[in-house]
Design a binder for this molecule. Structure first.
Ligand code: HGY
Ligand code: MN
Ligand code: MN
Length: 416
């Protein structure tokens, strides 16, 4: 394998321009992005991405979950590809960089390999995973979850959004339901570049995060059932208010997380009351608890405490309680050899770096169950993400992509 010189750089301006070209598709109302999975906007961004990949000499394949694989050939036709990617779908009030940096950073690697005339033994394959966010259709990391065998394709197709539309139908409607069986593609290694979505790297003035572990996640969908009745004429002692159950469980979730500091988090981000009328006491409340920790025992203990205490709160309010796990993964530990190649690349390129645990979930967390996987992180302003004000600098974007470039060239075995 040829030596990786510190002169091997990417074109940071080209990457920055590509990111902001994609940001024009499915813009948010406050400067961010609203390009939710398998919407028309997602479809439009996919077409642009495919055109760019083909202009860079890649061959595009699409699997039955719509995940896109753009392959740059290697010199050894029998060598498994090094895959690099992330996701182009966004939150409804998302930022321009979450996911997009990882997909276009991977494309920039291919573009730079072309510019520099680099050959590698292993093919390099740029990946856009379908439905990483899991907002419109739960769970998060859906397509990579089907790829890793943790959710069936049939169950994924049957998931419905708030309007009752099925994921499988929407994927077909936008024309991105491919033919390839999901999981048929094997890989030598997988890398994902992502913004940190937390405050550590920026606060400590560090350029690069070498991600050693991720937090585990539990999404528990809770249903509290009371009795609809008039908010004006129903005497207080007669009320069965599902909204009060949700309120007390919201506080319980916060208390459980606070009792597990500093290594846990918990919140309720999605909540609906029914019938949601100003003068009807809520007969039902449906909401999702999001617990996370990089310590598996702690995560499981948090869920157990919720399942022990929430029913008691609801019993005292004379309302019913049911719960169902709608998304989960255990804390992943990434491949130490690949993580070391990220540290080495940062040193070679003159970037500061530190080991870090990913607070957010990523497609890499599922791919890591199947193949050697690692993540590169760059800082983001104020650690803010899943907010239209999410922001990074061109310098951070460039540094992250250059470290990714070197780690990928090492794994793909650059030749001459
Ligand atoms: O939920 C997550 O951590 C990811 O952003 N989908
Ligand atoms: Mn993401
Ligand atoms: Mn996200």
């Amino acid at each position: 394998m040829a030596a990786l010189g510190k002169n091997l750089r990417i074109d940071g301006d080209r990457l920055w321009d590509s990111i902001h070209d994609v940001a024009k598709i499915g813009p948010g109302i406050a400067g961010g992005s609203n390009r939710q999975t398998v919407t028309d906007e997602d479809g439009e961004a996919r077409h642009l991405f495919q055109r760019w990949c083909e202009e860079a000499g890649c061959t595009m394949g699409v699997d039955q979950m719509g995940t896109m694989f753009a392959t740059r050939p290697g010199t050894d036709p029998d060598a498994l590809p090094v895959m690099v990617g992330s996701h182009l779908d966004t939150q409804p009030t998302g930022g321009r960089y979450d996911g997009v940096l990882g997909v276009l950073g991977a494309l920039e690697i291919v573009r730079s390999m072309n510019d520099l005339g680099i050959k590698t033994k292993h093919p390099v394959c740029v990946v856009n995973w379908t439905n990483e966010e899991g907002t419109r259709f739960a769970p998060a990391m859906m397509a990579s979850g089907v790829f890793a065998g943790v959710i069936s394709q049939e169950d994924a197709y049957a998931k419905t959004d708030a309007d009752g539309k099925r994921f499988g139908d929407e994927l077909a409607r936008i024309g991105w339901r491919g033919d390839e069986p999901v999981g048929a593609r094997k890989m030598h290694a997988f890398f994902e570049l992502h913004i940190e979505q937390g405050p550590i790297l920026e606060a400590e003035g560090i350029d690069i995060g070498a991600v050693t572990h991720g937090q585990g996640l539990r999404w528990i969908e809770c249903t509290v059932t009371g009795k609809e009745s008039h908010t004006g004429s129903t005497p207080m002692p007669m009320r069965k208010n599902a909204g009060r159950g949700m309120a007390q469980i919201t506080e319980l979730v916060h208390r459980i997380a606070m009792d597990n500091q500093p290594n846990a988090v918990g919140a309720i981000g999605q909540a609906n009351v029914y019938p949601n009328s100003r003068n009807i006491i809520p007969g039902k409340a449906v909401f999702t608890v999001d617990f996370r920790s990089h310590e598996l025992d702690r995560l499981n203990a948090m869920v157990e405490r919720l399942m022990a205490e929430a029913p008691k709160l609801c019993e005292a309010l004379e309302v019913g309680f049911e719960a169902d796990i709608v998304g989960q993964f255990d804390p992943p530990a990434f491949d130490e050899g690949l993580v070391q190649s990220i540290r080495d690349a940062a040193d070679r390129l003159g970037y500061s770096h530190k080991d870090i645990v990913s607070g957010a979930g990523h497609d890499a967390c599922w791919v890591n169950k199947m193949y050697p996987t690692a993540m590169v992180m760059c800082p983001c302003v104020d650690g803010l993400s899943h907010n239209e004000a999410e922001d990074i600098t061109k310098e951070w974007s460039t540094a992250g992509a250059e470290v990714l470039f070197h780690a990928v060239l090492e794994a793909a075995e650059m030749e001459g």
